[in-house]
Each structure stands twice: as structure tokens, then as C-alpha cells.
Design a binder for this molecule. Structure first.
Ligand code: GLA
Length: 388
């Protein structure tokens, strides 16, 4: 049943932290994120006309309204309403009838433009709110795939990890996400493993400069794949097909002969990261914190040297965290700024946060940060709608 126009609802959608498997999703290889205990919330009532009206307590996010009819008009590039419009457009193009709109306020505590998927959380929260308002449902996997495509209207050729993690989060679990077709397998995070997220203080805007650099990487990966595999009558094979046929060393030898140095490094990151993701999942199932941490460090090095998406700030955070006793640390999300994630235990989580405050934030900010830049996160449940 559509929600009555008097009931107040709350659509809650968590951000995510990717533990390992970075820049693999759009290459059809698995990722291994957690949904986190920070979310985007839309508190809304159901409107009796097909119009979305939302505001935010944050001044730079100005109120907006748009009609739920095809084609959904886009706002200027970079405007926050485009994530809500993308959700509406995705649902409408999928054939979901949206006769009723929503009216409400967006809040949240996922840091914005930090590589923690605040934007996908807004897309997913919007979709769930619109579905609720219209008494419609979609299977979660279908909705995750649909919202991944929908968010591409905003410009990033994203791979689908963020929306799937947001919709499929499970408390206490990491999520192995496979693509083509989309599947999600929760893996219990061992007792005592703690995750610290640290912002580099450099924004990585999905709709801004980072978008070009990201989309360029996606193009290079397709070119590298074509260069190594060659096109057959069956079309282009996938990365996972190449990895299934050749051992990694053989595959890398072939790639080195076939590709330019830059494309070779992009290719090497993708296939070694694919292998690291699989190994990390085994390490988690075995409760082997050292091994998992070591794989995170290798992932960071590969993202820094071969994929060239790290920054000196992210490198510095990783170094401080490791130095202070983290088992592993790496940039998380697309890179080009944003956050790093460190794997700690109950005894190292405090010292790692202290060390980052003293050695990373205070020298840069001249004072202790105001909060929201370095914090521990818990693997958390996925997006949902509740009565407010
Ligand atoms: C962004 C994209 C994801 C993924 C990561 C890199 O967050 O939205 O789909 O590609 O970058 O792993």
C-alpha cells in the first residue's frame, strides 16, 4: 500500500567502505566492502501529486522540486538534486509508475565527497522513498543494478559496488559482491577486527574533476583488455575469463608484450587486485588479520604505483596508520582524495586514531579537527524505510 499522506517516513541508506577490490567492479571482478553505521536519511511524507520536494538543513544544499514524469529534467552539473533525479529517472525508465511524490528533508552523517558513497546512499534512499510512496517494490538485487545504471546519468561510469553495498549491508559482515550477474555473499567479520576511516581532507567529487580521471581509468581498462585478449568472433572476453585461463605470471607476461607501459600498469592493477580480493576473503574467513592487512597494503601500493589514483595525502595517512600499529591500510573508493581505511584490533584502534590526529590532522589544520574526519566504523545493515 502507498504510505498515507499523513505518515512520516524515514528512508535510511548507509555509506560504504570498500575493504579491498578497488577499481575492479567495472571490470567485472568482485569487490569486498562493508556498509557502515553512517547514513543518508530522507524524512518524508507522501505527496498526492507526482512531485519531489526536498530540502536540507545544510545551506549549500538549496531546496528543490521536480516533476515525476519522463524525461526527468537534470539540474545543472554538480547540483545535489541530480542524485535524486537519477533515482526517479531510473525507476520511471524501468516502468515503475510514480504517481505520488515525496516531500521532506535530507540529512546525514556520511562525509560528502569522501569516497564513502554518500551520493549512492542518496540515490538509494531516494529510490526507496519513491517506491514506498507508490506502494511499489523491486527485488533488492534488481534495484541495486538499476540504481547503478541510474547513477551513471550523473556522469561517473561507476561499476555497481556502492549501490549494492548500500542495499545489501549486513551487521557484522563484509560483503563479497560479484558482477555480471550481480550477487552478494556476506562474510562474517571476525570478532575484534576494527575499521578506522580517515579523511585525507581532499574532496573527491563524483560529479567533479575526479569523474574525468575515473572515467579515463575505465576506458584504459577496456583498451588494455582488448589489447591482451584480441577480439574474437564471440566479442571481447572479460577480465575473469583471462584470469581463469592463464596463471597470473603468464597473463602478465603476455600483457607486457601487448600493451603500452601505461596500459600494462592499469592491467596489472586490475588482475592482481582481483586475486588479492579472493585471497583477502579467505584471510577473513580464517581470521588471519595479518594476512588481510598485508593484502590491503599491497592493494594500496598497486593503486598508487600502477593505477595512479592515490595522492600524497592518502599515502601519508596509510604510512601513519601502519606506523601506529594498524594491520593494514589503504585508500578506499575511487581515490584522487577522499578517505583511507585501516584495519585495527581493540588494542590498536585508539593509538591509530591518536597518531592520525597528532601526525596528520593537527599539523594540517593547526588544531584538533572538529570531528567527522577520523572515526571507527561498524559493518552495518543495508538501506530501509521505517516509520519516522
Ligand atoms: C567509485 C565507484 C565504484 C568503484 C569505486 C572504485 O566508488 O562508484 O563503482 O568503481 O569507485 O573501486
Amino acid at each position: 500500500m502507498p504510505g498515507s499522506t499523513h505518515t512520516r517516513w524515514l528512508a535510511i541508506a548507509p555509506g560504504r567502505v570498500n575493504l579491498i577490490g578497488e577499481h575492479t567492479d567495472y571490470n567485472g571482478l568482485p569487490v569486498f566492502p562493508i556498509a557502515i553505521d553512517r547514513d543518508i536519511r530522507i524524512e518524508f511524507t507522501v505527496a498526492d501529486d507526482p512531485v519531489v520536494r526536498l530540502d536540507s538543513p545544510v545551506a549549500r544544499f538549496d531546496p528543490f522540486a521536480f516533476q515525476l514524469k519522463r524525461p526527468v529534467e537534470a539540474a545543472r552539473q554538480g547540483h545535489w538534486s541530480n542524485y535524486v533525479r537519477a533515482a526517479a529517472r531510473g525507476l520511471l525508465e524501468h516502468g515503475v509508475e510514480l504517481r505520488r511524490g515525496i516531500e521532506g528533508t535530507v540529512t546525514g552523517d556520511v562525509p560528502i565527497a569522501s569516497g564513502l558513497s554518500s551520493s549512492s546512499a542518496l540515490v538509494v534512499a531516494s529510490a526507496l522513498a519513491l517506491l514506498k510512496a507508490n506502494g511499489a517494490t523491486l527485488p533488492r538485487l534488481e534495484l541495486a543494478a538499476l540504481m547503478a545504471r541510474a547513477e551513471r546519468f550523473v556522469g561517473l561510469e561507476g561499476g555497481g559496488m556502492d549501490q549494492a553495498a548500500c542495499l545489501h549491508g549486513v551487521a557484522g559482515h563484509a560483503l563479497r559482491i560479484d558482477f555480471e550477474p550481480l550477487r552478494v555473499t556476506p562474510v562474517a567479520v571476525p570478532e575484534g577486527w576494527r575499521w578506522v576511516v580517515a579523511s585525507s581532507l581532499v574532496r573527491a567529487e563524483k560529479s567533479g574533476d575526479a569523474r574525468e580521471a575515473y572515467n579515463e581509468r575505465a576506458r584504459q581498462c577496456r583498451e588494455a583488455l582488448a589489447g591482451v585478449a584480441g577480439r574474437s568472433t564471440h566479442g571481447l572476453p572479460a577480465y575473469r575469463d583471462l584470469m581463469a585461463v592463464d596463471d597470473l605470471d603468464g597473463l602478465l607476461r603476455r600483457a607486457r608484450r601487448a600493451l603500452s607501459p601505461v596500459l600494462f600498469r592499469r592491467f596489472r592493477h586490475v588482475v592482481t587486485e582481483g586475486r588479492r580480493e579472493a585471497q583477502a576473503e579467505v584471510a577473513m574467513r580464517d581470521g588471519d588479520v595479518r594476512r588481510f592487512g598485508h593484502l590491503m597494503v599491497q592493494s594500496h601500493e598497486s593503486l598508487r604505483d600502477d593505477y595512479e589514483v592515490s595522492t600524497v595525502e592518502l599515502d601519508a595517512i596509510v604510512e601513519v596508520a601502519l606506523d601506529a600499529g594498524a594491520a593494514g591500510a589503504r585508500l578506499t573508493g575511487a581515490g584522487f582524495g577522499g578517505c583511507a581505511v585501516a584495519l585495527c584490533d581493540d588494542t590498536t584502534v585508539g593509538p591509530v586514531i591518536e597518531a592520525l590526529l597528532a601526525r596528520y590532522y593537527e599539523p594540517r589544520l593547526g588544531a584538533p579537527p572538529s570531528g567527522g574526519v577520523v572515526f571507527a566504523v561498524e559493518p552495518s545493515p543495508g538501506a530501509r524505510v521505517e516509520e519516522a
